[in-house]
Write a protein that binds this ligand. Sequence first.
Ligand SMILES: NC(=O)c1ccc[n+]([C@@H]2O[C@H](COP(=O)([O-])OP(=O)(O)OC[C@H]3O[C@@H](n4cnc5c(N)ncnc54)[C@H](O)[C@@H]3O)[C@@H](O)[C@H]2O)c1
Length: 291
Amino acid sequence: MPETGTVKAVKRVGVVGSGIMGSGVAEVAAKAGFEVVLRSRTQSSADAMLAGLERSLAKQVERGKVTDDERAAALERVTAVTDLGELTDCDLVLESIVEDLATKKHLFTELDRVCRDGAVLATNTSTLPVVEMAMETGRPDHVCGVHFFNPAPLMPLVEIVRAITTSDETVATARAFAEACGKTVVDVKDQAGFVVNALLFPYLNNAVKLLDAGVASRDDIDAAMKGGCNFPMGPLELIDLVGLDTSLAILDALYEEFRDPNYAPAPLLRRMVSAERYGRKSGQGFYDYRK
Ligand SMILES: NC(=O)c1ccc[n+]([C@@H]2O[C@H](COP(=O)([O-])OP(=O)(O)OC[C@H]3O[C@@H](n4cnc5c(N)ncnc54)[C@H](O)[C@@H]3O)[C@@H](O)[C@H]2O)c1
């Protein structure tokens, strides 16, 4: 469903949240030439994000993927802030905070208050209803989903999510932004999981259920899917990369929407999250990363 709206100029991009996805999207946008204002809640996470960006770009220089001048220019374009008010002049703001509807809805109320009229407000949610965030604002036509994948600098796809309130102009502007970031874009409607996660999460969830049922070991489940389906990662490695807390939130949202047993989170997944084993980001998930 190609849209026909006019594209609004986007120069300055706001990113809210400096976790896995916020940091990745900030890097992608800065490398693509956008001015980026990244908002973290604390100065220490803002500083950690900038340090991570410096390391990532330095590695890319070592590998000959970017020149030293490009590295320096990309860094120059990123400002890390803690005050949401600093997003006032952004043309497009993409939130990438925790996958929790109440938290995201509250953020959209705030973004609507601080962002200039006409700015596009976007969510990187994996599953949550975009329309509910849109309706928190006085500009539901200017709200859409811009769903990057993890790791954002490497994964080619972006899903552009059209809520029933989203205007053609907003979809066109979000699409132009994602394309300028060098991404392949698909248009999807605002339904839990969109395309990729609606198909991927029953698979990841069932891998955890197989592990819990003792059908095979962790390593054998991953080896089976790599060797049997030619997938680059096994499902348990992948769920560790996504984050177990985020995965549980995604499955809860999918189950809430469809009531399909394939989406009902595996009890072991919930227990792992209770034990704060979130995967790579916390150092321990199905695998141990603490060495
Ligand atoms: N991890 C993935 O593979 C992936 C892929 C695509 C999209 N997403 C989506 O991106 C978003 C962020 O996921 P992530 O993987 O970066 O998670 P993460 O856990 O790495 O980061 C979450 C961020 O949210 C912030 N946060 C937590 N509670 C908050 C609150 N109450 N108010 C404001 N900020 C708060 C945290 O400080 C952190 O910066 C989610 O909507 C998720 O569904 C994740």
